[in-house]
Design a protein around this ligand. Sequence first.
Ligand SMILES: Nc1ncnc2c1ncn2[C@@H]1O[C@H](COP(=O)(O)OP(=O)(O)OP(=O)(O)O)[C@@H](O)[C@H]1O
Ligand SMILES: [Mg+2]
Length: 374
Amino acid sequence: MSQRRRAALKTSRGSGCASAARPRLLGAGRLKYADIENAVRRITLEFAPGVETEFVDRDRALAQVVEWAEKSTRWPIVIFGPEGCGKSALLRQAAAMLRDLGYDVVYVDPLHRFFAAHTDVDEIARKLADAASEALGIAQLKLATLAIDSIKELLERWGRRRVAVLVDEAFQAVGLDKAGIYVKSLLNLIEDPPRSYEGIVAVVATSEGLTRREIGRHRWSLAMPMWNMSREGFRQLYDKVPGPKPPFEEAWRWAGGNPDVLSKLYTANWDKDAVVTWLIREKGLTPDFIARWRGWLERVVEDPEALWSPDAPEELIRQLVERNLILYNIYEREQIFWVDQPPPERDLELGVGRDVAWQTPLHREAVRRVLEAV
Ligand SMILES: Nc1ncnc2c1ncn2[C@@H]1O[C@H](COP(=O)(O)OP(=O)(O)OP(=O)(O)O)[C@@H](O)[C@H]1O
Ligand SMILES: [Mg+2]
């Protein structure tokens, strides 16, 4: 069993935390971006098995959460981005923040059978707990559905006026083909609630490379990309990692700001090659895949933007997106499009091009190593 899966199972029981609202953010009104750092109660996350860290950085994203709370989300926000860039961490942090902002919050991570009900309505937490304890496939589907139903119930039966629903990896639970429909039911909640509300926040996170195409076909949601951590943010996390470690510059060059890669490096005692080997297996970088696309891949490891040319094979692009190796068709680097800070316009050392980027330098390294070996 993978480390990741083990870690996930540890948290699979979920929580019905009727968390006492911490007052710091309540009535925050027009909270300024500069205030975020001090105003937010930071949650604790499991960085690696047995190692807990505080949620760090992402101040820009946290300010966006406050904005969503103030204005409501007009469409469900679908956050997508490199695997392990910190989407789930952000959603969990957002759940705690929204509670502090006076919201009743339901957060579900169906894939890992995890949930958090930040509400004093015990019944909601109980129902989520029951769903989470069902058999594997059933629990996942039930949690995804129940997240939406709970919000309806909080509005209609319990008269709550500010509600938030945060769904992690919903599309893997309901199936990629139903991703659009799922988002549509969130939109219905916003547009046609069972009872009027003061505020509603609906956010979904996905690391499924192909989801974007599926949900992009309709205008039922607002897709927002999220990138790896900025250099300063990544340094804060690096500083919290216990024990001896390689110099920061090295960690940055390997992980490119991706917290999950940092966690994997730490778990592998900083054996970069071991993490690359693991990626090669995980991504199915078989000799025949590499041989088939050798010419193109050799160019793409040098500069991912090569895939942006009109003659780049669509099949290769699809395969790289599906395997979560690259991000394709990246948005303009204007803050308004992004959750948290956008990536640099171009940074070839990290494998970032203007329109196409490797998810992390180690993802690129995995391909490079097989190219050299075959
Ligand atoms: N802002 C942060 N502060 C501290 N730790 C973080 C932060 N963001 C992410 N992490 C840690 O990095 C690891 C990966 O983060 P997370 O699971 O949230 O990524 P993800 O984008 O949801 O990944 P996936 O694509 O696999 O779903 C986790 O161990 C998480 O605790
Ligand atoms: Mg996640």
